[in-house]
Design a protein around this ligand. Structure first.
Ligand SMILES: Nc1nc2c(ncn2[C@@H]2O[C@H](COP(=O)(O)OP(=O)(O)OP(=O)(O)O)[C@@H](O)[C@H]2O)c(=O)[nH]1
Ligand SMILES: [Mg+2]
Length: 406
């Protein structure tokens, strides 16, 4: 089994948005199941037609890949995925998730939009929110999906109501498993000045997220999305991109040479990519477990199936379910190695019990090592015991058949 990512020349659809709701795409999950590398998952979300897919292609360091739309109609549907070797972290896979644009009035499905946003939060280790123009009140209001996250995601299987008093409030718990947040402001043409002073992109974002004093309904409404962004995403970063090129060239961006793009745009785009490559963390889940491509495939399926069944995705349950699937695969993989080794020995049957026993020892150690590489959260040793049992039964059968043949 190859541990490196298979060549993935183009993005694939990971989650389809169908009339029956969101559906995982089995062939895309199969691609992931084969890879055991840890993943850094970057998802982009934002209003439709704002250059999200183009930005993701830049992260893939490819001129084209995720399809861009050159008309006013929204282009990307559902969630698309592109796995590329991580450009800076050796042995890691960079998983890029491009999502369907939010807020398309023709589509008119707010509920679906909210789930797409929620899945991007649940699946990514870095969430890029993409918008055009400035970070004004309107831009922040369009990010109202953050205010719904507490209803859409549960941290513990018992839910908030069953929480002990001395435990952390649900909101603080959320934060520990949420992605870091990057706001990409596109077509930004203003000077970044506050009270006459030049400010950095991050200061600009912080300024836009400042809360107003007071408790009037107007102030509360103003503060709510800001409060949610600040609480859920304590690690925040902002990049303000100028126009990439002249308006007349905008629809053929993906075929333009780098040299023909605005150098100021390229500078920001490079800074953005370098930040993502150097700073964005490996995806982990509750309990601090690292997510590999294969574990990620389980997460995708668990979350989408939960949403389809009308339930609220729960971080804790997802980790338990993910561990069960992954541990079963670890048992199968360990046993497969054992059996493979034994098949070679069986070619020489009958053999003496001494060499048979020695080979059994060697192969079962190898099977255990393989199991341990992949398994996690097998606290009661249930899956380890399962592996030992299947190996022991196989050994017994081999003993008997060797004796009978002799
Ligand atoms: N003005 C402007 N246009 C851009 C920028 N980046 C890409 N575009 C162009 O905008 C159009 C839409 O780009 P996409 O990357 O497909 O936008 P999207 O947000 O993925 O669109 P949906 O998938 O429909 O939500 C294409 O014609 C791009 O060439 C940008 O920074 N500024
Ligand atoms: Mg798109």
């Amino acid at each position: 089994m190859s541990n490196g990512p298979p060549p993935m020349p183009a993005p694939v659809c990971l989650i389809e948005n169908t009339d029956q709701g969101l559906q995982t795409v089995e062939s895309a999950l199969n691609l992931l199941r084969r890879i055991q590398q840890p993943v850094v998952v970057v998802a982009v979300v934002g209003l439709y037609r704002t250059g999200k897919s183009y930005l993701m292609n830049r992260l893939a360091q490819q001129q084209s890949g995720f399809a861009l739309g050159s008309t006013i109609e929204s282009k990307t549907k559902g969630i698309w995925m592109w796995c590329v070797p991580h450009p800076m972290k050796k042995g890691h896979t960079l998983v890029l998730l491009d999502t369907e644009g939010l807020g398309d009035v023709d589509k008119g499905d707010e509920k679906n939009d909210a789930w797409i946003f929620c899945l991007a939060v649940l699946l990514s280790s870095t969430l890029v929110y993409n918008s055009r123009g400035t970070i004004d009140n309107q831009a922040i209001e369009k990010l109202h999906y953050v205010t719904e996250l507490t209803d859409q995601i549960q941290v513990k299987s018992g839910g908030a109501s069953e929480q002990d008093d001395d435990e952390m409030p649900e909101e603080c718990e959320f934060v520990r498993f949420f992605p870091s947040f990057v706001w990409a402001v596109r077509d930004f043409t203003l000077e970044r000045k506050i009270d006459g002073r030049n400010v950095s992109e991050d200061e600009y974002l912080d300024f836009a997220l400042q809360l107003k004093k007071g408790l009037s309904p107007k102030v509360v409404t103003y503060n709510l999305p800001r409060q949610c962004i600040r609480n859920f995403f304590p690690t925040r970063k902002c990049f303000t991109f100028p126009f990439p090129t002249e308006a007349k060239n905008m629809t053929r961006l993906d075929s333009m040479a780098e040299a023909d793009l605005d150098p100021d745009f390229l500078k920001v785009a490079d800074r953005f990519c370098n930040y993502v490559f150097a700073e964005c963390r490996v995806k982990t889940v509750k309990g601090g477990h690292t997510v590999t491509c294969s574990r990620f495939s389980h997460l995708v399926k668990i979350y989408v199936d939960t949403i389809n069944s009308g339930k609220v995705p729960c971080l804790e349950n997802a980790v338990v379910a993910m561990a069960e699937i992954e541990n079963q695969s670890a048992v199968n993989e360990g046993f497969r190695l054992y059996e493979q080794g034994m098949e070679n020995l069986k070619k020489n049957f009958p053999v003496d019990l001494g060499p048979l026993s020695a080979e059994h020892q060697r192969l079962s150690t190898m099977a255990t090592q393989e199991f341990l590489k992949r398994s996690f959260k097998d606290t009661e040793g249930k899956y380890m015991a399962q592996l030992q049992n299947v190996v022991a039964s196989s050994h017994l059968v081999n003993n008997v058949s060797s004796v009978m043949l002799s």
